[in-house]
Ligand binder design. Structure first.
Ligand SMILES: Cc1ncc(COP(=O)(O)O)c(C=O)c1O
Length: 226
């Protein structure tokens, strides 16, 4: 399978995995290994330039919690791998941990009164987040047998914001039928969010099968550990 390298060229799958977009340096240089930017803050010529970056009126970096060239290079590379076969422009956002990404996504896509349909076979801390913290904030989750698509469809409500699953569940390795789940979510006006940590984009790219958002804990296959 071929895919766009993010710079206008087409790469095959194996090449894509080792030659990902890295962004350019300030003078247009293209280091083979992107440097690690360690600064927390950035200097500007004028306060207006700083304001424009904070407002999003122009690109740039202001504070390391928001983003850094290093985190952006990582997110862009991962988005290029996940989005390769979609024919769409796919964007990524890096977080300090998988749980930070999962918490942010769930808090961003729900509000008090929202409903979530989630796989019963989930990474334990994701289960606890949905079953504990989010319930306290008025977000209700129905946990279902994710392999039973009729159960998933029956659980959908008008206020269902999203369906949440893992490509291969941790630890039971249940396989999600992503096209069927995307159909069930979209028919009800909800989004399909997939934690693809145990698959990695080398094995499965959920966006190609209809998922709206893909998450990773990067300390597993992405980072080569665990
Ligand atoms: C499937 C899955 N999702 C999310 C997480 C949480 O990621 P992190 O440990 O990076 O916060 C893990 C961690 O084990 C995981 O296995």
């Amino acid at each position: 399978m071929s895919g766009n390298d993010g710079n206008g060229g087409e790469y095959g799958e194996a090449t894509r995995a080792v030659r990902l977009p890295t962004g350019g340096g300030p003078q247009g240089e293209r280091p083979m290994r992107p440097p690690v930017h360690r600064s927390t803050t950035y200097a500007f010529e004028a306060s207006q330039d700083y304001a424009d970056v904070l407002d999003g009126a122009r690109g740039g970096y202001s504070y390391a919690r928001i983003d850094t060239p290093t985190a952006d290079a990582f997110a862009t590379a991962l988005a290029a791998m996940e989005g390769a076969g979609t024919g769409r422009e796919v964007h990524g956002q890096a977080f300090a941990s998988g749980m930070a990404a999962i918490s942010t996504v769930l808090l961003a896509l729900t509000s008090a009164g929202s409903h979530v349909v989630a796989s019963r076979a989930l990474y334990g801390n994701t289960f606890s987040l949905l079953d504990g913290l989010l319930r306290r904030f008025g977000v209700e989750t129905d946990f279902v047998d994710i392999g039973d698509i009729e159960q998933v469809r029956a659980a959908m409500r008008p206020e269902t914001a999203l369906v949440y699953t893992e490509t291969l569940s941790n630890p039971a390795m249940l396989v999600s039928d992503i096209p069927a789940l995307a159909g069930a979510a979209h028919d009800a006006g909800a989004l399909l969010v997939v934690d693809s940590t145990f698959a990695s984009p080398a094995v499965c790219r959920p966006l190609e099968h209809g998922a709206d958002l893909v998450l990773h804990s990067a300390t597993k296959y992405i980072g080569g550990d665990s």
